[in-house]
Write a protein that binds this ligand. Structure first.
Ligand SMILES: Cc1cc2nc3c(=O)[nH]c(=O)nc-3n(C[C@H](O)[C@H](O)[C@H](O)COP(=O)(O)O)c2cc1C
Length: 323
């Protein structure tokens, strides 16, 4: 049966896809995105008022976040019965338009897509200590396959490399602390109370990093830290290239990995300090056998949080484009 193209994406369906898109992770929960309906496609645009010029001068983190949002939108289309494709930078004269997600062909969602889509509202960054329970190889293999499905590579670090990666996190974190404007940005996006719709809430931080903590978390403030797992399970997501297209792809790969982790009962947190500092980024790449590091992830088993807050959909919409 041929379905008229405009029938794919009415206003309700569009709003539903945007709601899924906004569940993506973003640096400091800035949610630096806007969404626009373009015929049957969803455009994901950068909101530069929410960029972090000191923490993320190149815009790498913004492109990762928007790629992750696009991945959620792809899963949303799958639930509507469409395999969707994401095209990065589809309009040469519109720099802020990072991804256009459009339906490609009609087909029912696969069981895997259903499982990943169901994980979207449950996925969250978990900065608390994890259990000292090893993550089975089969679960890690599922994560590496998820990255490969999106043209990324996920390298699970061996114990020696974990030690070196932790040293790089510490070095990068110290470097960032010296960077002009960085601390002010951290403060600006850290929120007290429990009702904010963006930023990182202090009660999600599991306390300030302890001086002896082996894997140094970003310091957003808060009370004293608790004891962390002794052998964290760390993995590095890399891409072969380092272009803005690779970063958008990496965002999709990251989200696929995170949703696969959630669906498998794992929890995860992100350590992007060594990616934000060029000298440590290069060494992290060497540590995991080459490629461009796009994210350092910690996975494990731990107590789940409630989902992190988001701004409501109407706040992230821009008027439809009909051409
Ligand atoms: C590019 C990028 C870098 C991030 N870096 C860190 C990090 O270094 N430390 C951290 O605790 N969380 C980091 N996060 C996670 C965000 O803080 C988190 O996604 C955001 O607060 C929203 O929360 P949620 O993931 O629970 O939905 C990063 C997320 C993205 C997309």
């Amino acid at each position: 049966m041929t379905v008229s193209r405009v029938a794919v994406l009415d206003a309700d369906r569009f709003t539903g896809l945007v709601a899924l898109g906004t569940r993506a992770p973003s640096l400091q929960n800035t949610q630096p995105w806007r969404f626009r309906r373009h015929g049957d496609a969803v455009d994901v645009l950068a909101d530069l008022d929410r960029a972090l010029p000191a923490t993320d001068p190149s815009g790498w983190g913004l492109r990762i976040a928007l790629g992750a949002a696009a991945y959620n939108v792809r899963l949303g289309y799958a639930l509507l019965g469409w395999r969707a494709e994401a095209e990065s930078f589809p309009e040469p004269d519109e720099d802020h338009l990072l991804v256009r997600v459009r339906p490609a062909n009609e087909r029912p969602p696969t069981p895997g897509e259903r499982e990943l889509a169901a994980a979207i509202p449950r996925r969250h960054t978990n900065r608390r200590p994890y259990l000292d329970t090893a993550v089975p190889t089969s679960a890690l293999t599922a994560l590496t396959r998820a990255a490969e499905d999106e043209a990324g590579r996920l390298t699970v670090l061996d114990p020696r490399a974990v030690g070196e990666a932790m040293a790089l996190v510490r070095e990068a974190d110290e470097e960032l602390d010296r960077r002009a404007g960085y601390a002010a940005e951290q403060r600006a996006w850290t929120r007290g109370g429990t009702s904010s719709e963006d930023g990182v809430r202090e009660d999600r931080l599991a306390g300030r990093p302890h001086p002896d903590e082996r894997l140094r978390r970003r310091d957003f403030g808060g009370g004293p830290a608790r004891r962390y797992e002794s052998d964290p399970c760390l993995a590095v997501l890399t891409t072969t290239g380092d272009s803005r297209y690779d970063e958008v792809r990496a965002g999709q790969a990251l989200q696929h990995v995170l949703l696969r982790a959630t669906a498998s009962g794992l929890t995860a947190s992100l350590y992007s300090q060594p990616i934000e500092v060029p000298s440590t980024r290069g060494r992290l790449g060497t540590l995991c056998g080459g490629g461009t590091p796009q994210m350092l992830l910690r996975v494990g088993y731990g107590l789940a949080h409630s989902p992190t807050a988001r701004r409501p959909v109407p706040e992230v919409l821009v008027p439809d484009r009909d051409d």
